[in-house]
Design a protein around this ligand. Structure first.
Ligand SMILES: [Zn+2]
Length: 368
């Protein structure tokens, strides 16, 4: 409020005109700059220290008598101009204070999209390949009986093949007959049995789901993991159909340049059985650390359905008053099973299966 009071050198008309034009410009300039309305009012119309009062006091004090009336009129006009500007400001919508600028160093407001977990996505991708071949999805319980998980799949009680699948069994089952004891399913294969008991051939199913083993966990072994199993049963199904189907599926999942090859293996529920390998997708078969310099990666187990499995199915079907439908002389089939974690590890170059279960957002966000 201690601003300089402009001087009025002469009281002739042109000097007065020039002085008031300067003051009017000053008022216009301040209202145009959107200064705080209340500060503007105090600055010009304040009762004791207002600029209008100070200037009029100064100019009128030394004004000759004949100049007082025109000066007074001019001060009234200036006051009206100021009040009009204040009214206009009061009527204007309230604006937020003008921002000083945009701080580009502030983090943006990003909305994270929900995505499929990489394991779920891999499982869905596998299932989709087989849906494209006319397979349907079949599901089954994760708590299974010994019969469906082992006996019907040609793992007799006390057979050493059971040792290959360290099993988590439910407590308090000792009173039950061996085949009725409950356990956490060690593979998705019991759903093959359940489906064949319920339906006559032809059958084409894929079975995705959790399985459980009593594993000491490491980079490639988990106590809970996920499988996708497949089963095709019809007349005239041969090993060539198995090879062609899996070769097509691997090319769909890993790219058309991928090759497959089959090695003899053993599973109780298939005969003959095979391990299928794919050409290494990291080195295209040339040999690298990931394929242990062999150019090939072991991926899944498969084989032709063992006639003993068909016999178990028909035994239950007959017991349930259903017609036998799986005479090995008439129907044949193949089955395969793959670990979802293993395929996801290869697809994404992940070194440890446990990483998928760590719930570490830094890892999972890479798949968004
Ligand atoms: Zn390689």
């Amino acid at each position: 409020m201690n601003e300089e009071i402009p001087q009025l050198p002469n009281y002739d008309e042109s000097s007065i005109d020039a002085a008031f034009a300067t003051l009017a410009d000053e008022v216009r300039g301040e209202t145009a700059s959107r200064a705080d309305v209340e500060a503007f009012r105090l600055r010009w119309l304040g009762r004791k220290q207002g600029r209008l009062k100070l200037i009029s006091d100064a100019w009128l004090k030394s004004a000759p008598a004949e100049a007082r009336k025109p000066l007074g009129m001019r001060f009234n006009q200036l006051k009206q101009q100021i009040e009009a500007a204040l009214e206009k400001a009061a009527a204007a919508p309230v604006r937020p204070a003008a921002k000083a600028g945009i701080d580009i160093s502030l983090p943006g407001s990003v909305r994270a999209p929900g995505i499929e977990h990489p394991l779920l996505k891999t499982m869905n991708d596998i299932v989709a390949v087989f849906h494209g071949l006319g397979y349907s999805t079949a599901l089954g319980p994760q708590v299974e009986s010994d019969f469906y998980n082992f006996e019907a799949l040609n793992f007799p009680p006390n057979h050493p093949a059971r040792d290959t699948q360290d099993t988590l069994v439910l407590a308090g089952q000792q009173e039950k007959p061996s085949r009725d004891r409950l356990l956490m399913r060690t593979h998705t294969s019991p759903v093959q049995i359940r489906t064949m008991i319920a339906e006559a051939p032809p059958i084409r199913i894929v079975v995705p789901g959790n399985v459980y083993r009593n594993e000491a966990e490491d980079a490639t072994h988990l106590a809970r993991f996920q499988q996708v199993e497949g089963l095709c049963v019809d007349t005239n199904i041969t090993f060539s159909d198995l090879k062609g189907t899996l070769d097509h599926a691997m090319k769909s999942l890993f790219g058309s340049a991928v090759k497959t090859r089959f090695f003899p293996s053993f599973f109780p529920f298939t005969e003959p059985s095979a391990d299928m390998q794919i050409s290494c997708i990291f080195c295209a078969g040339a040999g690298c650390r990931k394929c242990k310099h062999s150019g090939w990666i072991e991926l899944l187990g498969c084989g032709m359905v063992d006639p003993a499995v068909f016999a178990s199915v028909d035994e239950v079907r007959l017991a349930q008053s259903k017609p036998a439908a799986y005479d090995p002389a008439k129907v044949t089939g193949f089955a395969f099973g793959m670990g979802v974690e293993r395929i996801a590890m290869i697809l994404h170059g992940v070194a440890s299966a446990g990483t998928f279960y760590s719930n570490d957002m830094r890892f999972l966000e890479q798949f968004a």
